[in-house]
Design a protein around this ligand. Sequence first.
Ligand code: NDP
Length: 369
Amino acid sequence: MDAAAARAALLPSWSAAVVLLSYLGYLAAAGAILPGKLVAGAVLPDSSRLHYRCNGLLSLVLLLGLCALGVYTGWMSPTVIADRGIELLSATFIFSVLVTFLLYYSGLRSRHRSSSLKPHVSGSFIQDWWLGVQLNPHFMGVDLKFFFVRAGMMAWLFINLSLFAKSYLAGSANLSVILYQFFCAWYIVDYFVHEEFMTSTWDIIAERLGFMLVFGDLVFIPFTFTIQGWWLLRNKVELSLLAAILNCFIFLIGYLVFRGANKQKHVFKKNPNALIWGIPPKLVGGKLLASGYWGIARHCNYLGDILLALSFSLPCGTSSVIPYFYPTYLFILLIWRERRDEARCSQKYKEIWVEYCKLVPWRIFPYVY
Ligand code: NDP
């Protein structure tokens, strides 16, 4: 695409707006109608708890089925997203700006005093719009924060599938394309299998819903985490067997550490006496887990995620830094987030946290950091 065509595509078309609104409309309807486990969220400062219907996996499977039917009957093109990438990006960006203006103005008018809906207003428009005014705003019974994360994660998969269809139709779906697609698809589907774990993550329990989060979920996740896929459309990489095996190994280790650590914490929060790796857990002050992955480094889950991110880029080889955007971004984000979480935990747990840090000195990378 030349510069003039790219500039023209930056103007969102009506068809891009229809694709985006149909997608969001489907997710809102599926989220409200389909059955799913009702999971209690973290206890909020006023002791209230929100409940989340975790039916993301079912919504995803149904949408995949509907799209497959649409492609089979010739009603939709499998490459519709890949063909309209920039138009969709600009439509989603404009949608994020508009929706966060609405969130800002409705948040300001909120008279609720509950922790989830109480307005937090600094008086600076930029700051309040950027960070958000309310913790958990709702629209027609839909928890918007949970909704936007789901929309972003699912869009990541649908963009990738469309890119795969484009490669396949062009006859360029080789081993590196298949590995990239498989690793990302596994990660995203696994996210929906374990969607309930999301209810206790930092974004859901601590961040307010403003432009930063909405843009992150709807624009940043789907359009930048797929850079490797876009790059592979234009660049052919022939992986050696050894490189492919090494790539699979990094993915597997990353996945085991990432999923294992997050699962151990989730299980521990539900039942502090549950066995970890088959033996009774070591606890600090009865509140912190110091066994399993949480006895190796204080944020082993971040280490697993960084290895996974690296495995998503390695299929692109080493000829360009562009496909390494995602692991680089995630590395910086998680180092920064670990610092913020450390400060939060040390304030919350006080001397128990000091004791935990003595017992488990490594932050993310054992023997390195
Ligand atoms: P964590 O899931 O690690 O949650 C941190 C919280 O866990 C702490 O605030 C504390 O909360 C609790 N905790 C910390 N240590 C212990 C312990 N030893 N025992 C018991 N509880 C402990 O952080 P995130 O929400 O940031 O990340 C969740 C996952 O999401 C990670 O795997 C991360 O890699 C991933 N992620 C991915 C991103 C991406 O862009 N791909 C972006 C951000 C995160 P409490 O007060 O409840 O005790």
